[in-house]
Design a binder for this molecule. Structure first.
Ligand SMILES: CC(C)=CCC/C(C)=C/CC/C(C)=C/COP(=O)(O)OP(=O)(O)O
Length: 316
C-alpha cells in the first residue's frame, strides 16, 4: 500500500542515516537541482535525494575514467541493485545507504522504478559512444537520461487524481526533462567534445557547418556556430513551454521545486542565447544568489504564474 506523506510513520535511525547520506550527496553535487529539491516537504525532499544519489552514481560511472568493459559491469551492478530494491530485498541494515534510502522511498511513494532502468540504458548508450543523426534519434537518449527522471520525480510529487491527469502529467514531465537535457547538452558542448562525445544531431551540425566538432575555444572555421546554438535554443524553449504545462497539475511545493529546477536552466539558456560563444570558452553557470532568487520566485509562483494562467485558459 502506498501511504500518503501525512500518514507515513517516522523512519528508523538507519533509514534516516541513509537519507542524510543522500541529502549530503545532493547538496554537494546537484549544483542546480538542489535549489528546487530543498523547497519540498521533508519526506518528498528525502525521496528526491535518494533518486538523485542513485542517478548520480549511474551518471558518474558513465562519465568516470574506468575502461568501458568495467563501466558496463558497474552499470549492471546498479541494475542488479535496482532489482533488489524492486523485489523488496533491501533491508535497513544494508551497507549501501543509497539502496536503503531508495528502498524506503519506493515503499512510500509510487515511484515508477523502471525509469531508473531507462537511465542505465541511456548511460550505456554513452559508454557505447553512440552519436545521433537527427533530433528524433537524440530524443530517444534524452528520454532515457532526463525524461525518465521527470517521470520518476512525478511519483514523489503526486498529481491530481484521475488517469487522464496522470497520463498528461507524465508526458509534460518527460518533455520538461528533454528541455533540461537539451540545455545541458548546449552548455556542455565543449566539455563533451573534449571527452570525445557529440550529442547534437549530426544533421543540425552539418546544416550550420559545424560537423568538424568543438575541440577548442573558437567555433570551427567558416561555421555558423551562433546559428546552430540559436536553432537549438528555440527547440529547447518550445520544450520548456510544453513541459511547463505540468505545473498546474502539481501541489504548490512540488510546483515550486519544478519551477526552480526549470527556471535555473531557462536562465542558463538565456545566457547561452545572448552569447553562444561562451559555451566554447568555459562552463556557463549562474551565481548562487541568482539560483536562490529563482528558487524563491518559484515558491511564490512568480516565474510561472503567467504560464499557468495561459495553460488554464487553454484548458477551459
Ligand atoms: C518534472 C521534472 C522534475 C523534470 C526534470 C527532470 C530532471 C531533473 C532531469 C535532469 C536532466 C539533467 C539535465 C541532468 C543533469 O544533471 P547534472 O547533475 O549533471 O546537472 P548540472 O551539471 O547542471 O549540475
Amino acid at each position: 500500500m502506498i501511504r500518503t506523506v501525512e500518514s507515513q510513520p517516522p523512519a528508523s535511525a538507519p533509514v534516516l542515516a541513509a537519507y542524510s547520506y543522500c541529502e549530503a550527496v545532493t547538496g554537494q553535487q546537484a549544483r542546480n537541482f538542489a535549489y528546487g529539491i530543498r523547497l519540498l516537504p521533508t519526506p518528498k525532499r528525502r525521496a528526491m535525494s535518494a533518486l538523485y544519489a542513485f542517478s548520480r552514481r549511474v551518471d558518474d560511472i558513465g562519465d568516470g575514467p574506468l575502461a568501458n568493459d568495467v563501466k558496463v559491469a558497474r552499470l549492471e551492478d546498479t541494475r542488479a541493485l535496482l532489482t533488489r530494491v524492486r523485489d523488496g530485498a533491501v533491508d535497513e541494515d544494508d551497507t549501501d545507504p543509497v539502496a536503503v534510502a531508495l528502498a524506503h522511498a519506493a515503499e512510500h511513494f509510487p515511484i515508477p522504478l523502471g525509469g531508473l532502468d531507462e537511465l542505465i540504458d541511456g548511460v550505456q548508450m554513452d559508454v557505447r559512444g553512440e552519436t545521433y543523426e537527427t533530433w528524433d534519434d537524440l530524443k530517444v537518449y534524452c528520454r532515457c537520461v532526463a525524461g525518465a527522471i521527470g517521470r520518476l520525480s512525478l511519483g514523489v510529487f503526486g498529481t491530481e487524481p484521475g488517469a487522464r491527469g496522470a497520463e498528461r502529467a507524465s508526458e509534460y514531465a518527460d518533455t520538461l526533462g528533454l528541455a533540461l537535457q537539451l540545455t545541458n547538452i548546449l552548455r556542455d558542448v565543449r566539455e563533451d567534445a573534449e571527452g570525445g562525445r557529440t550529442y547534437l544531431p549530426a544533421d543540425d551540425l552539418a546544416k550550420f557547418g559545424c560537423s568538424a566538432g568543438f575541440g577548442g575555444p573558437t567555433p570551427p572555421e567558416g561555421s555558423d556556430f551562433a546559428g546552430l546554438v540559436h536553432f537549438e535554443v528555440r527547440r529547447a524553449r518550445a520544450l520548456f513551454a510544453e513541459g511547463y504545462r505540468l505545473l498546474p497539475l502539481l501541489d504548490r511545493r512540488s510546483g515550486a521545486c519544478v519551477a526552480a529546477m526549470a527556471g535555473i536552466y531557462r536562465r542558463l539558456l538565456d545566457r547561452i542565447e545572448r552569447d553562444p560563444g561562451a559555451v566554447l570558452r568555459g562552463r556557463v553557470s549562474l551565481p548562487g544568489r541568482e539560483k536562490a532568487y529563482v528558487a524563491v520566485r518559484g515558491l511564490s509562483g512568480l516565474d510561472t504564474r503567467h504560464l499557468t494562467r495561459r495553460t488554464v485558459r487553454r484548458r477551459a
